[in-house]
Design a protein. Structure first.
Length: 318
């Protein structure tokens, strides 16, 4: 499940595996961020997973675990297309410089290129390793892709890390070691890249000017896991979701000036991920238990809340 934001409508688009109480009827829930209430739902087919928003055509591209991509126009909230992706996407990102979408693949050791002008797969970038998260840096027009130490067939590589990719050549420029294939997020002025590492709960700090690891933020003990990490450009704080056997279902607020933990917020149910909405300066969580609810209305009244960035407080919207 994933979540994207349309800055024109100020709506959130949340994917779920259970729509209107029907299991295996995947949907997208449209939520007004001003009221926190759902506006409508869109049936997009079984098991929707990752999403990406294209601001040029206002289309939302939704990948599924059944190797297909559904196209939904956010101005009409209607499905306008569907095409075969050939694989299961781990993450997706929009490249504003060339108006292309790049998607990482956990099971095919490459990055898929999608052309929004034709709504179809237009190519791929071979990595030789299973990949998870991907971000686009508008300052240098490069892609950063986190990868594991194994290929999709479970053969082992030397190290996990982050690939630096030049979209103009569709080639790997360099590789940054010392990162265990977690979620990536860009920091202030795109000079810093943060990677929340699977299995350790630590956050690796990468200097994008030098393309090297410069620090590690300790968040949990070694048995920890990570969900999502979001950077707030207004106060330069990181919001980190994770879990471990000691500290269950926690959202941490981290000051990036000294990497100290400012606040710890207990989340029930556990937050699967977060998204930052600049118009309201709020963090919106997506919960892994969303598909257990019979309707988005019952879920919203129970759990949907915003994390106001200026205070770090959890404030129910309903």
């Amino acid at each position: 499940m994933d979540m994207v934001y349309d800055p024109i409508s100020s709506f959130l688009y949340v994917t779920t595996w259970k729509l209107n109480g029907i299991t295996n009827v995947g949907g997208m829930i449209v939520i007004n961020t001003s009221s926190g209430m759902p506006v409508t739902t869109v049936n997009v087919g079984n098991h929707p997973w990752m999403e990406v928003f294209d601001p040029q055509n206002r289309n939302i591209y939704i990948s599924s675990t059944f190797d297909s991509v559904v196209v939904v126009n956010s101005s009409t909230n209607q499905v306008t297309g569907r095409f075969n992706s050939g694989t299961y996407f781990s993450d997706m990102v929009y490249d504003s410089a060339n108006n292309l979408i790049y998607a990482t693949n956990a099971y095919s050791d490459n990055v898929t290129i999608i052309d929004p002008s034709s709504n179809n797969v237009s190519g791929q970038i071979n990595l030789g390793s299973s990949s998870s998260s991907i971000v686009y840096d508008p300052n240098n027009n490069y892609l950063y892709v986190s990868h594991s130490a194994t290929r999709h067939n479970n053969t082992t590589l030397l190290k996990s890390g982050v690939f630096l990719i030049d979209p103009s050549t569709a080639g790997i420029v360099s590789s940054i070691a010392g990162v265990s294939g977690g979620q990536l997020v860009l920091g202030a002025n795109s000079n810093t890249l943060y990677c929340s590492n699977y299995g350790t709960g630590n956050i690796t700090v990468i200097n994008t000017q030098k393309n090297a690891v410069e620090d590690t933020v300790k968040t949990y003990s070694s048995d920890g896991g990570s969900g999502g990490t979001v950077f707030d450009p207004a106060n330069h704080n990181l919001y980190f979701t994770g879990w471990n056997v000691t500290t269950q279902n926690t959202i941490l607020v981290i000051d990036t000036t000294n990497y100290g933990i400012v606040k710890s917020i207990h989340s029930i149910p556990p937050a699967y991920g977060l998204i930052y909405v600049p118009s309201t300066r709020a963090m919106y969580p997506i919960f892994a238990l969303l598909y257990h609810y019979s309707s988005i209305e019952s879920f919203s009244r129970t759990y949907f809340c915003s994390f106001v960035s200026s205070t770090g407080a959890c404030e129910p919207l309903l």
